[in-house]
Design a protein around this ligand. Sequence first.
Ligand code: SF4
Ligand code: SF4
Length: 421
Amino acid sequence: MKAIKAKHLFHGVHVPDHKALASGKPIENAPEVDLFTVSLSQCLGKPSVPLVKAGDAVKQGQLIADAGGFIGAKIHSPASGTVKSVSDAIVIENDHTYETDYMPALSNPSPEEIKQRIADAGIVGMGGAGFPAFVKLNPQDPVDTLVINGAECEPYLTCDHRLMIERTKEIAEGIRLLSKALGVEKVFIGIEANKPDAIAAFEAFDFIQPVILKKQYPVGSEKHLIYACTGRKVAPGKLPASAGCIVQNVGTCYAVYEAVVLGKPLIERILTLSGGAVVEPKNYVVKIGTPFELLLKDNLTEDAEKIVCGGPMTGAALASLSRTVTKTTGGIVAMTKKETNVEQPTACIGCGKCADVCPMDLMPMNTAFYTAAGEYDLAAKLGGVMNCIECGACAYICPARRPLIQSIRKAKAEIRKGGKK
Ligand code: SF4
Ligand code: SF4
């Protein structure tokens, strides 16, 4: 279908996207890994429960941990080899033979078979949040629309862009399977205007409506994407299904294709390595459990100031490189001093810019004020903190460099501790 323009009605910020560093880099295999450290916390939910012990031989794709609860994910071995230890992560020594133990491919599966396969393959939302994909496929409200997130509005990250232009047919097949599982016919894919090749690629499918999103951060957040594609609004505190929609990321669609058509569980993902402090930016196919250190080895400039897991707007700064890739690691961004804002915070000047740009119409300065005073209830009432999507637009725009995101996260954590919603 020919692409259409998005509906546009929200605040937000214009952030330099820095996409050119990696957008022209085709997906390539990451370096060989000798020792994988597969975390048991791979999704937004309970940690998984190990099914192997030290000394066990495993094959690539073999189930090594079960979901820790309904909101949880199964985990499969990224390679064949030997389990070295099990604690809060499963450490596997790679024998480099890559002997596989995949599930049988499914041909013409029923909706229930698709959902079960998605659960069995351990697929979680690949856009960053990491919500188990099969849970979203059993909504409480009736849905009639599937919205695919191809926005990739985080600066520097280009893995979804490369996936959309290099694996278009596979993603489209994943979308077809997801729409069958949900029993919906209306399918939109929202893609930011800075990826015209990806928009054009999806015009080839008559069951997918591409939507050109205006380049404005955070257009890829679920609620804004739904509005941009369908014109429907999701009420504060409600899920997309309340507006008849389910949102899935393009990376998730690709994982669904692999799980159903090839029988391959989620053992690897595409990841962008970028930033001004990266010698050669890359888009890698990388196995879950790969050490960050290996990916950055010999590829960092001497003036690297800050390394972030994810994108610079929503990602977390790394204190060390001891982390390993999980199912939700979409990027590692290494920035120079020039690219990072290392100025110290000053007092709030009451300019209101944080509220002006907030896409959720919140009052971030109120949250910060009341959080500092330990008045978390007021942070919720007068700052609206529990509706915050943690996009970081307020912190980005703040001329006083106030640590708004830290205040928001603290307030949310304290409110949750107190059992308030
Ligand atoms: S308050 Fe939350 S939703 Fe609003 S701009 Fe800040 S991080 Fe984004
Ligand atoms: S943008 Fe910063 S300085 Fe301005 S009101 Fe918000 S917190 Fe205060």
